[in-house]
Design a protein around this ligand. Structure first.
Ligand code: ADP
Length: 411
């Protein structure tokens, strides 16, 4: 006997067995087989009917099985005068009227596959209420599937509309930021230019310090503005990659020169290497440069003493003509507490809020690096120990240029 599951069951939206129940003629157990023959003959659409005693189901007669028995050799002679109990199915599936159809289908498939062919009896408080034929069950299942796919289609349509709206609002935000940052950048460049001139002029030491502070603050503001603009462009999906050919050595030399003054200023040993020598690749140089600038800038910012080393290497890859650019930026600086490592690539996250005062920054650099790296289908990661230093690494799939093969063959 199948009953509806309790309140915990997923009965919410689905229809119950009652809605697909058919009212078929019922036969008492003592009715002769001939009566069943007449009942089925009178209604060619009748597929199943029940034998009921004192209001309770006693068995089930299905059209096909019944006629097969009757059509047997001597079938009619044997069964037409005997009570229908001789030909009925004595253990039909009994289903309570409030059973959801989805629960019923699952039950039939797992426990009573025979009911798929025979149909079943519907009950209320264990008393007979009606029957459901194979056809009824089939139509109900088809309807349930159609309802479900209509619901899914509506959901998919809602989702794509929501996605369109989200993209539209991200695009509007990005446009607004682009316009605003242009408006802010123009006067800011004026401030930067003039304060740079001021620092180089013949100022009293106090005034020179003030002019330098104006210049540094302006530079920080400009880099923050650029970072926010990059983030919003990436969120709006408006950042396209521009691959170009370049030599690893050249990129290494560029980084070495760009940061050597800063490293010297803070008394940190500074080294950049590229391997193998002469390697030439094709990738988005300006995005890779941007990632490296962020990582190197951080390494120098968070390393009061010791050394910062950068290694660029072209790693092999199983695809012909392809390779992986691996960049490692290693420092012996303050390191990152283990608890902060997980969130370090999230926007506006800083390892320790006390750094905010000590070291400038808004916590956007690594978030931008991660987005840029995933835009280039690469990976970025960090190993760090508080007080001992950090290793930030990046791996990006690149195209190997023929020059590399030629150069290394010549070497
Ligand atoms: P910020 O602009 O604050 O530097 P980032 O996203 O680049 O933003 O870095 C987030 C935080 O990660 C930093 O505030 C710092 O706490 C930590 N961090 C990043 N790089 C290093 C590093 N090399 N050594 C120690 N901490 C680092």
């Amino acid at each position: 006997m199948l009953r509806a599951m309790g309140e915990g069951g997923d009965t919410g939206m689905s229809e119950t067995v009652f809605s697909i129940m058919e009212q078929a003629p019922i036969l008492p157990p003592e009715a002769p087989g001939e009566t069943a023959y007449e009942v089925f003959s009178a209604d060619p659409d009748l597929l199943v009917c029940a034998v009921v005693q004192d209001g309770r189901p006693a068995g089930l007669l299905t059209r096909d099985r019944f006629f097969l028995r009757m059509a047997d050799r001597y079938g009619r002679a044997l069964y037409s005068r005997r009570p229908v109990t001789f030909v009925m199915q004595t253990d039909p599936l009994l289903v309570s009227e409030d059973t959801p159809i989805e629960q019923l289908s699952a039950h039939i498939l797992s426990a009573r596959p025979g009911a798929l062919m025979d149909g079943f009896v519907v009950t209320r408080d264990d008393r007979y209420l009606g029957v459901v034929s194979t056809l009824g069950l089939f139509s109900a299942t088809v309807k349930a599937v159609a309802d479900r796919s209509a619901r899914l289609e509506r959901l998919a349509a809602d989702l794509s509309e929501a996605e369109r709206q989200a993209r539209e609002s991200a695009r509007a935000k990005s446009e607004f930021l682009a316009t605003m940052s242009h408006e802010i950048r123009t006067p800011l460049n004026g401030v930067l230019g003039l304060s740079a001139l001021l620092t180089r002029s013949n100022l009293a030491p106090d005034h020179a310090r003030l002019a330098r502070t104006i210049h540094e603050s302006g530079s920080m503001l400009l880099s923050l503005l650029n970072n926010i603009l990059d983030m919003s462009k990436m969120e709006a999906g408006g950042l396209a990659l521009r691959p170009e050919a370049f030599a690893l050595d050249t990129l290494a030399a560029e980084m070495r020169d760009l940061w050597s003054a800063r490293a010297r200023e803070s008394g940190v040993a500074w080294r950049v290497d590229a391997t193998p020598p002469g390697a030439e690749i094709e990738a988005d140089l300006s995005r890779i440069r941007q990632v490296l600038m962020n990582l190197i800038g951080n390494a120098l910012k968070f390393t009061p003493a010791g050394e910062v080393t950068v290694t660029l290497s072209l790693e092999p890859c199983s695809l012909p003509g392809r390779g992986r650019l691996r960049a490692e930026v290693r420092d012996t600086g303050v390191g990152i507490p283990a608890r902060a490592l997980e969130s370090i690539f999230q926007p506006f996250q800083q390892a320790d809020s006390t750094f905010v005062r000590k070291f400038d920054g808004a916590g956007l650099g690594l978030a931008i690096c991660q987005r840029l790296v995933s835009l280039m289908e690469g990976e970025i990661g960090v190993d760090s120990r508080e007080g001992a230093g950090s290793l930030f690494w990046v791996e990006i799939p690149v195209i190997r240029r023929a020059a590399e093969a030629r150069d290394s063959a010549a070497a």
